[in-house]
Design a protein around this ligand. Sequence first.
Ligand code: ZN
Length: 252
Amino acid sequence: MTWDLHFLGTGAAHAVELGSSAVVLERDGRPLLLVDCGPDTLDRYLAAYGEPPPALYVTHVHMDHVAGMERLFFRLWFDEALRGRTKVFVHAALLPWLQGRVADYPGALAEGGVNYWEAFRLVPCTRGFWHEGLWFDVFPTRHHVQGTSYGLALRGSFVFTGDTRPVPEALAIHGAAGELVAHDCGVVGNPSHTGVDDLEREYPADLRDRMALYHYGSVEDGETLVARGYRIARPGERLALPEPHAPRPTAG
Ligand SMILES: [Zn+2]
């Protein structure tokens, strides 16, 4: 069995040429789970796979991570074979915010007769969630207001931080089993995002060696990170992952 993390986009919110940051977990070349759905994500996803995702995990509700969900609604609702099938996994604390961003506008359809979430299978979670026989851990990150952003981890395989400042306390738990760690990082950090100096201050070398940096500000910034000795993920790139560990009996 092969496992890959396919980066549909790797840019910061303003880095349109790199695409909105979003990844797809693939098993044996087939898409299992999309992480985040920015304004351009659905187009990139459809170009790669030909049909909408079977499942989506939302890290947080900034528009460069959820703006594609309106179009996804239309794509799913008007196809009876797809209607109500795409699971949306989201931390329960994000529900009021996500509702406001994508589902609360009056009249999901101008014709009426349907509520936004009826196009999906909404699965709120807290500690994590089951999907396709796998247990995915969900953990709080540090991005804007406390309790509004959550990373994702598949034990033994990968961690995706989502937008965040460094989270050594979380990676000490979720990045301790040889996982590839996809981490927010630009050349210079700010109150919402990680910079190179943050990585070097907050994380041990063996963890940094397993990182693939994304959410950088431009192509040039990406090359600056490479020149500083880091691996970056590039738009469209697939990074091979270690095989996930079997779920723990206490998971869930
Ligand atoms: Zn954000």
